[in-house]
Design a protein around this ligand. Sequence first.
Ligand SMILES: NC(=O)c1ccc[n+]([C@@H]2O[C@H](COP(=O)([O-])OP(=O)(O)OC[C@H]3O[C@@H](n4cnc5c(N)ncnc54)[C@H](OP(=O)(O)O)[C@@H]3O)[C@@H](O)[C@H]2O)c1
Length: 338
Amino acid sequence: MEKPNIAILGATGVVGREITKIIDELKIEYKTIKFLSSAKSAGTKLEFQGREYTVEEATPESFDGVNIVLASAGGSTSQKFAPEIVKRGGVLIDNSSTFRMDDDVPLVIAGVNDEDLRKHKGIIANPNCSTSQLMLVLKPLHEKFVMKKLLVSTYQAVSGAGLKAINELSENTKASLNGQDFTPNAFKKPIAFNVLPQIDVFCDNGYTKEEMKVVNETKKIMHLPEDLPISCTAARVPVYNGHSEAVDIEFENPVTPDVVREVLRHSYGVEVIDNPENYEYPTTRDASGVNPVFVGRIRKNLAFENGICLWCVADNLRIGAALNTVRICQKVIEMGLY
Ligand SMILES: NC(=O)c1ccc[n+]([C@@H]2O[C@H](COP(=O)([O-])OP(=O)(O)OC[C@H]3O[C@@H](n4cnc5c(N)ncnc54)[C@H](OP(=O)(O)O)[C@@H]3O)[C@@H](O)[C@H]2O)c1
């Protein structure tokens, strides 16, 4: 098969820039590559693999002859361009939530449910960041012990909300330290020195959309029964990058912390740091800028009979978005699905 022509849609954004870096790191082979944005950043010069590229404004014609589009330009942009990409025979790997729950769109974490990629009809969705890091941890544990119930609390970094949010944490922090007033814009409340128990809008059931993404996407990716009990509380914390999650899992089968450590030590994409006596456990600083999902604080869960508690940390811009997008692209190429 010929090498693909690739386009990065949203190339000037937080996720798009990371996608560009990872295409280089994973040595993705392509025939041509182009970088697309809105009119705002069109004309920006970008250095990639020793060559200078000019970012172009995305139009339907931008996708002529393009085989694979890696998109992180927001839901409405994906919605607008998806039919244009598919009509031209391209495959869209999308970071927005727009298509994730569509029946004919595979929702994939590379290394977890790669076979679902074969069912694509032109669109493949990348899961939400907090779901993504969890899947690499849960899949091997579910295979061995069979998951019965799942409770997740997330502590999510501001980079998950884009450039505007990153800048707002800096500005808000400076203002607070200088005793100045600050009006939040990217968030509903001040993010500096604060924890916000809201990510995305509230649903009728009292959960936020972010929390329901964890519930629904987990079931879709892991092919779990619809009635398997899953609950999530998602909070935004004043951390630049790296999401943390406290996870409580009940299994059908007996389980011990030692066996969980052993299983996770041999699992794809996971690294165990779990030696609390020496203060060895994963923090967001360990996870930012690198690929593994780190797991620590593995212990017997006192609330469930066959239960485990664990703490899991990862770079939300990598495994939660860009890394998985590029890994999907790699699989699509390897499996000849473009
Ligand atoms: N940040 C995360 O951790 C994360 C995780 C998972 C998924 N996502 C999703 O990824 C997407 C982007 O997130 P981000 O954090 O990278 O946002 P961002 O930093 O605000 O970047 C948005 C990018 O999309 C481009 N864009 C906006 N409107 C466009 C249009 N009409 N046509 C073409 N390009 C357009 C922007 O171009 P300009 O520079 O011209 O404005 C920019 O390149 C969102 O859907 C988000 O939900 C983000």
